[in-house]
Design a protein around this ligand. Structure first.
Ligand code: URA
Length: 240
């Protein structure tokens, strides 16, 4: 996950950094507003070396952030996508992003809350989402119906959810039982509506769902719904 040596066209470099659209930055370059290593350039295709070239716009240095990592406390009502014509996306909520190529690591349903990692680091994403890596994801759920020890056993054994999904063994911890039960559940997969479907298979309904952690990364409970922060260096390292 270290620094990647990258060479980019100048117009792409500036557009990635949201200095302007590709057309706008070409215009800035044409108007001699951009320097590379102290020299005015008029060529949008000029190569720029990330980390070593010094690029200035109107005399102000622009720095190229290679990777960004954010932890979002996702609120209900926003979709886990990069853009959507009608609905706010999780990426829209990252207002201070330096780059415009961020995406969420996996998906939470529109009505699910909690921990969502947002980055532009594709390799890390692949490692975290690969089923072979078995990254534990812990959720808190409120469930309509009485969750029983029998459910704990069924979940631990690997529940047959329907013809398309047999869940891998999942750890179910009952926090409160009654007409509405509260549980923590740990799963290693991330199939579509997985937890909701697992409870449906035992005749119960998830009425509230919140992700608490993903691998070593825990939701920072000081973040209100919709708030986010950058990951610390330690958190980034702990993701492996
Ligand atoms: N399982 C679900 O059913 N929904 C989510 O958002 C995440 C896991």
């Amino acid at each position: 996950m270290g620094e990647v040596k990258q060479t980019l066209r100048l117009d792409k470099y500036l557009a990635d950094l949201k200095v302007g659209t590709r057309t706008e930055v070409k215009e800035m370059i044409r108007k001699s507003r951009v320097t590379v290593d102290g020299e005015i350039t008029k060529r949008p295709e000029q190569k720029v070396h990330v980390g070593t070239s010094e690029v200035c716009v109107d005399g102000e240095k622009v720095t190229y952030a290679t990777f960004e990592y954010y932890m979002l406390n996702k609120p209900a009502g926003v979709v886990s996508a990069t853009s959507d014509r009608f609905t706010t996306t999780v990426v829209d909520l990252i207002e201070t992003a330096a780059r415009k190529d961020l995406f969420p690591v996996g998906r939470l349903d529109k009505d699910t809350e909690g921990l969502l990692l947002i980055t532009n680091d594709g390799e890390l994403t692949h490692r975290l989402l690969s089923p072979k890596k078995h990254v534990d994801k812990v959720y808190f759920a409120k469930v309509s119906g009485r969750v029983t020890q029998e459910d704990v056993k069924l979940f631990a054994e690997g529940l047959v959810v329907d013809e398309t999904l047999t869940a891998m063994p999942a750890k179910l911890e009952i926090l409160k039982t009654g007409d509405i039960s509260e549980v923590n559940i740990t799963i290693r997969e991330g199939k579509f509506h997985q937890i909701k479907r697992m409870f449906e298979a035992v005749d119960k309904e998830v009425i509230y769902l919140k992700r608490l952690s993903m691998g070593n990364l825990k939701l920072d409970e000081s973040l209100a719904l919709g708030e986010y922060r950058s990951l610390t260096e330690e958190e980034i390292k702990s993701l492996g």
